[in-house]
Write a protein that binds this ligand. Sequence first.
Ligand SMILES: Cc1ncc(COP(=O)(O)O)c(C=O)c1O
Length: 414
Amino acid sequence: MIVTEAIEKGIDVAAIREQFPILKRQVKGKPLVYFDNAATSQKPQRVIDALVDYYSGYNANIHRGIHTLAEEATAAFEATRDTVKDFINASSREEIIFTRGATESINLVAYTWGRQNIKAGDEIIISTMEHHSNIVPWQILCEEKQAILKVIPVNNEGELLMDEYRNLLSSKTKLVSIVHVSNALGTINPVEEIVDAAHDAGAVVVVDGAQSAVHLDIDVQAMDCDFYAFSGHKIYAPTGTGLLYGKKHLLQAMPVFLGGGEMIKEVTFEKTTYNDLPYKYEAGTPNIADVIALKTAIDFINEIGKENIRNHENELLAYATFYLEQIPGLRIVGTAKNKVSVISFVIDKIHPQDIGILLDNAGIAVRTGHHCAQGLMNCYGIPGTIRASFAMYNTKEEIDALITGLNKAIKMLL
Ligand SMILES: Cc1ncc(COP(=O)(O)O)c(C=O)c1O
């Protein structure tokens, strides 16, 4: 039934599930229901194969070698850069810097652009719904530079208070760093509007795309953000891969980050000159195999089509929201009008962790806790939530299993 519905919308969920070997496994004697996709997505066989193909067929260090294996590895690695460029619609491959993930990308900006441009008394704006990786790097920078961190408040639905944001902006604002999609609430923030207002105030904008790259069509030129970061492991690619997009003129003007091989043009004991973009920010041997497999993951997403995936995920979101709301004592945290397929909720008189343990006994993987958004949890006066996040391979039957599992768990715990 579900599969038929999905096929009509252009996505064959049964065929997609076949491509994810982990979905065949059992947990505690029950079929795995994987609803922890916002933490990391599962990997299709072809992504796993890409790693094996590299290590068994053309493992070599890149860029420096002239032998066949090095040339093949370099070509495959650089092909990912072109694919990522198109995936986010950057204007040039020089704007695509490979990192270990969104955390490293944001830190890269803080340690380079931040240290060059932030001075005492300057202001940096983030929001209440930031992930720790988009709070801590700016706190470190502010402490070092005696700059001031300002925080955009949110309403009860989990939406940014845009008027308050505009009030925070001033000539002192040098940087706005904002999450595109909240990992804890699922809220899609109006990034274009945020960027426009920040630019009017003369500030540079970093967009944390860790949760948006997998669900939304990303066009960094239309968004006009100055930097955009995402992690490969959340878009069906291996861990240890990520992207920092930066506008070319900013990347060119920024100081270097890590020093070492690859990021240099010429080294003497007196002076070093640095490589051109993007290699200026890619010191040392990169994560070659995983970056190659990142291309496979993006090709896979493109083949199915982001819009088709989104339609399916939104259907799951609506279905789950409807049935969760029927459970007495359950409250959804994050009910923004614009949301992706992430549902956080709390249940009266029950700790999220207890629910998580009982659901795991039923083979259902959800995330419980503060989701690295302690600031947001404090703001809402809750220790954490239970979070179910859906991907292209999830089904309504799995949501039915979640609802049954929750009802059983609540009965046991109350
Ligand atoms: C919104 C958001 N930003 C940043 C990150 C950090 O990503 P990573 O741990 O892959 O660097 C995450 C990870 O959950 C996230 O959800």
